[in-house]
Design a protein around this ligand. Sequence first.
Ligand SMILES: C[S@@+](CC[C@H](N)C(=O)[O-])C[C@H]1O[C@@H](n2cnc3c(N)ncnc32)[C@H](O)[C@@H]1O
Length: 478
Amino acid sequence: MAQPCPAQFLDPASETAAIERSVGSSAVARASGIVLTPPDLALQLAAATLPQSYTETLRVLDPACGTGRLLTAAARIAAERNISIEMFGVEHHQALADACREALPDAHITCADALAHTFPPDIDVVLMNPPYRGRMRTNNDAITTLTDALSTRFGDRLGPYADPAAGFMLLGLDLLSAGGRLGVIVPVSIVAARDAAQVRSALSRTCDTVTCWSAPAAFEAQVHTASLVMERRPESRDTPCPWPSMLASAAGVPLIDTIPAATIGAIATATADFRDEYYALRDHLVECDVCDNAVGLLTCGLVEPGLHLHGQRPARVLGTRWQAPGVRRASDIEQLLAQRLVPKVIVATQTPLIEAVADPEGQWLPVTPLIRVSPEDPDHLWRIAVSLFAPQASALALHRHFGAGRAPATLRLRAKDVEALPLVDDSPSLAAAIAALQSVTPASLIQAGHACAAAWGPFPDGLLDWWVSRLPRRLMGQ
Ligand SMILES: C[S@@+](CC[C@H](N)C(=O)[O-])C[C@H]1O[C@@H](n2cnc3c(N)ncnc32)[C@H](O)[C@@H]1O
């Protein structure tokens, strides 16, 4: 049945009243996974998911429809494209289902639990913005109930700690007919989370990703999201998940196509410490300038691209602020120090670019979550430093690991991810890059970036500008 158009989003006062009738307050609503999609984003997702034209009636479903924002957006886009649509929605809160019916009187809205519901067949488009764990974290009962229902339905297709949104993606996939499209808004962490790996592979095997983009937490969801639009293939085939790289491209991260064959792991070992090793330092912390023989300690906050700011910037270690943190040598940490006070490159985490600094003398003690990269042969240390400093390494890492950090385009590399990054070839331009990096200062960061990019090899237009735009402003005097 065609929806009379243009459909209107329900007025905010009616939506608020429906939410209050269903769960009480907006805080409880958020903790119950009820966060309505902003109309602009709903329209953007519907526009990207619906076909440009369709000769029959398009059957559109939202299995967690709330007050019907995504369905309303679909109705509006369909009207613009002259497409006739029939809409289906399921919502487990009666008051929200009623509000959705009010917004879309011709749609088929059912009040039911989507995870136990029998849906109509031949669905062409599934749109959804399901509940997320990040939004619900203050409501453990709701998370437990939902997680139990999802594991009953999907069993080991979902990892034990998978976000509920990943389970809803499997539901969306199950509901879609061949050639049908799924448009979802999910936490960006699903793109990288270990417990969503099976969901990623199920969707990559069965669907082509048509488009995707990520957005920092712009609405009350307080979760950085990724919008993914997929089309179900007639037949499954094994395909690596394209989302991290597609999301990186959508976020403007240049694509690197010249990639040295060797990896850092071929000549070095990357290691991340456990929290226990960090706590072992507790009784030995000192200010370096008041203790002879102290070992300087580096934290993530002190590491910058190519350099560190120990003694120039204060740092927090185990809850205390230090001007120049260090540890006093003592027998109970002797072994810990001996393993770490070796030539290495130290890599920070949760950074917009790879931020790594060489420690050729082995004089600095990195603390978790810093990663230390120790070459088998110390002569290779600067080659590793150049490989990590090269702007290509940061762009490539974002294409591989987009979504792993706290914010969408923030890097959080694991030790094995660092080992898998390319090692620049030993060429004449490597020597120039090493010289630039050995003497780098905040004022010469950009020149060092150019030299390391050249040592890596050819690079795409825009790479250096992109990299410079992500250098820490605090270092550049801005
Ligand atoms: C994030 S809101 C999105 C609502 C709407 N689709 C939108 O985009 O504005 C998720 C909705 O899913 C509903 N929901 C959660 N679990 C459900 C379930 N098992 N069955 C049906 N609806 C569910 C919630 O009540 C909530 O209204």
